[in-house]
Design a protein around this ligand. Structure first.
Ligand code: DSN
Length: 426
């Protein structure tokens, strides 16, 4: 076949875009070259429905090795009894847990999407809000912290089958023990979705959810810095408490029900090339180098938050424990939508985000979310955060001035040249 230069030229442009800009999308990161190389190889050719050692296709003995390695390394990172590395995404991981433990119409309780939660935690437009009966808790208006009293009151009122904790725009740590306590009281299971802070939890820099939550799910491409994908984990396997059975009517261990929920429940063939890349990323996470990285992520986020506060930006909860922060722009007279667009002109990539108790729609929003996982991978340190905040502030305060935005863009491009990205690709 002729080489498709049209597509490869576009890919090249994306590489240049990533190199030149300031990447602040909290859910993004830059994988290592070896993680990317593992994603583009012959394993993409292989069908491997089933699990290592018990597949529905011949010729799986080699891909079994990488999948087993990914499972073993993930278990080592978080000290687990069970890991499933096949979910194609975090949403699939959450869907599989729901399929394994819930019946259609069951009550679930999660953090409201408009308060920092996630689509798969019960949103009306997602399977989780369509198949199950969703209820929500929020954050405290004055402090921006999760309202645990509201969570407990809701749990006692609706007696959900599952309480979901975790968020996509929440900068504080979680009290998993408190959530488990009320869950036990009302007979609920607990699922923690740690997609955002997983890499920081891996290194003990945030509270450990595993002893308190029955299930823990994550993506692998945010702070974990692996390929795009999902995972499901349990520190301890257990017999399902709702008497749910497999197709033969047998009560099964949760590990078994979770495996069956991923395949054949919601997915077909696993992406063995991506699983090989997950194995590599998990190996990297076990290294001392990654420990240094994870600590730097938190230091950078705190330096960035401080610089924003000094410029009178309103960070929800007034700071951060993790890699991200959510900023309410209402005192700056610019919407999240406009901020995202203006920053884009200056080669600063971020996303508009609703803030708690927002008076604007999800398409406009009053807020913007910033995360530092990607910039930290590029080698930026605390003192670089001041440049980033200055560039953001200058852009937002001169939103209508093309000449100033062009100048900021030029400064951004020059600054980022100090932090080479994938030099091997030249
Ligand atoms: N889209 C992801 C995020 O940006 O947080 C969540 O799915």
């Amino acid at each position: 076949m002729q080489r498709d230069t049209l597509v490869f030229d576009i890919i090249r442009k994306e590489l240049e875009r990533q190199r030149h800009g300031i990447e602040l999308i909290a859910s993004e990161n830059f994988t290592s070259l070896q993680v990317m190389q593992a994603m583009g190889n012959v394993m993409t050719n292989k069908y491997a429905e089933g699990y290592p050692g018990r597949r529905y296709y011949g010729g799986c003995e080699i891909v079994d090795q990488t999948e087993q390695l990914a499972i073993d390394r993930l278990k080592q990172i978080f000290n687990l009894e069970y890991a499933n590395v096949q979910p194609h995404s975090g949403a699939q991981a959450n869907a599989a847990v729901c399929l394994a433990v819930l019946q259609a119409g069951d009550d679930i309780l999660g953090l409201d999407l408009s308060m920092g939660g996630h689509l798969t935690h019960g949103s009306a437009v997602n399977f989780s809000g369509k198949l199950y009966k969703p209820h929500f808790y929020g954050v405290i208006r004055e402090t921006g912290y999760v309202d645990y009293e509201m969570l407990e009151a809701k749990a006692r009122e609706v007696k959900p089958k599952m309480i979901i904790c975790g968020a996509s725009a929440y900068s504080r740590d979680w009290d998993y023990a408190r959530i488990r306590k009320v869950a036990d009281e009302v007979g609920a299971l607990v699922m923690a979705d740690i997609a955002h802070p997983a890499g920081l939890i891996a290194k003990g820099l945030l509270n450990d959810p595993f002893d308190h939550c029955h299930f823990v799910t994550s993506t692998t491409h945010k702070t974990l810095r692996g390929p795009r994908g999902g995972i499901i984990m349990m520190r301890k396997d257990f017999e399902n408490p709702f008497g749910l059975t497999d197709t033969k009517g047998n009560i099964r261990m949760m590990s078994n029900l979770l495996d069956m929920a991923v395949f054949p429940g919601i997915q077909g063939g696993p992406l063995e090339h991506v699983i090989a890349a997950k194995a590599i990323a998990f190996g990297e996470i076990l290294s001392e180098e990654y420990t240094v990285y994870a600590k730097q992520v938190i230091s950078n986020a705190q330096a960035m938050a401080k610089a924003f506060v000094e410029k009178d930006y309103h960070i929800i909860s007034n700071g951060t424990d993790n890699h991200l922060m959510l900023i309410d722009l209402r005192n700056k007279n610019i919407s999240g939508k406009k901020a995202e667009q203006v920053l884009g002109v200056a080669d600063i990539t971020a996303n508009k985000n609703m803030v708690p108790f927002d008076d604007k729609s999800a398409f406009v929003t009053s807020g913007v979310r910033f995360g530092v996982a990607a910039l930290t991978t590029r080698g930026m340190k605390e003192n670089d955060m001041q440049f980033v905040v200055n560039a953001i502030d200058t852009s937002l305060m001169n939103a209508g001035d093309e000449a100033i935005l062009k100048k900021v863009k030029q400064q951004v491009n020059e600054y980022m040249a100090q932090f080479p990205l994938y030099p091997e690709m030249d």
